[in-house]
Design a protein around this ligand. Structure first.
Ligand code: NAP
Length: 249
């Protein structure tokens, strides 16, 4: 067990949950952020504690700056921040074209997926940067292959939010490369989680599996394994880089 803390936004379900369990197995103390599903977050904490790990659940809607400040305050009381996984993300209803999109939908998308990630990174940099007296660390941002494909006729607003995340990963990585902080992105492909149901298409990943060169959907664990590698010292020369974990898609 290290005294290093990893903050995972949206750690209660899906990729975030798998990452929380994988990071705990590697000795991290895990701050499990969640938006509304406290029971799911508590279940992750219980599963980590059952394996002699340390974790706390903290309510944090990343669309709220106040919640983000509270999340990092809770992390401060738990150990030394060593990594942030900007995992929380949403999709809007699938199949809505841009000429049908409301301003509210687009604003919500950008607020959660983009502004939330940037604000969380701000709080992490304040704590980890050697410029601010910190000991360095790693930030991993969850993008999507949608950033490259554009998601036409599905959810272009979501794809655009992940394109912003890719630019943010590259730029922030350069900005703090001399301050002990590495920044990396992951672009998952079609992964079997609840997010597709949230977009109104629970079977989306399986329906499109034939379009994946590997002819199958990915699992949350396959993304989590890449994330825990990126936050580990084994990835010590990786920064401003984005890794596709997508079966070739
Ligand atoms: P998921 O199964 O829908 O889980 C979403 C997680 O994010 C939950 O823990 C949820 O918390 C949390 N969350 C939702 N809205 C939030 C908000 N406003 N503030 C804070 N937390 C919030 O999603 P997933 O599939 O694991 O996706 C995780 C990340 O991977 C996202 O950034 C997503 O865009 C990206 N991604 C996923 C796929 C895929 O195919 N699954 C592909 C490419 C990229 P509650 O439990 O409290 O609701």
């Amino acid at each position: 067990m290290t005294d290093k803390v990893v903050v995972i936004t949206g750690g209660s379900r899906g990729i975030g949950r798998a990452t929380a369990l994988a990071a705990a197995a590697r000795g991290y103390r895990v701050v499990v952020g969640y938006a509304t599903n406290q029971a799911a977050a508590n279940e992750v904490v219980t599963a980590i504690e059952a394996r002699n790990g340390k974790a706390i659940a903290v309510k944090c809607d990343v669309g709220s700056e106040q919640d983000i400040l509270a999340l990092f305050k809770a992390a401060d009381g738990f150990g030394t921040l060593g990594a942030l996984v900007n995992n929380a993300g949403i999709v809007g209803k699938s199949g809505v074209r841009v000429d049908e999109m409301s301003a509210e939908r687009i604003q919500q998308m950008m607020s959660v997926n983009v502004t939330g990630s940037i604000l969380c990174a701000r709080e992490a940099v304040k704590r980890m940067s050697t410029k601010h007296g910190g000991k360095g660390g790693v930030i991993v941002n969850l993008s999507s292959v949608a950033a490259k494909l554009g998601a036409p006729n599905t959810y272009v607003d979501y794809a655009a939010s992940k394109g912003a995340i890719d630019s943010f990963t590259v730029g922030l990585g350069y900005e703090v490369a001399g301050e002990g902080i590495r920044v990396a992105g992951i672009r998952p492909g079609l992964i079997d989680t609840d997010i597709h149901a949230a977009g109104g298409e629970p079977d989306r990943a399986h329906r499109l599996a034939h379009m994946v060169p590997m002819k199958r959907v990915g699992t949350a664990d396959e993304i989590a394994n890449a994330i825990v590698w990126l936050i580990s010292d084994e990835a010590s020369y990786v920064t401003s880089a984005i890794l596709d974990v997508s079966g070739g898609r």
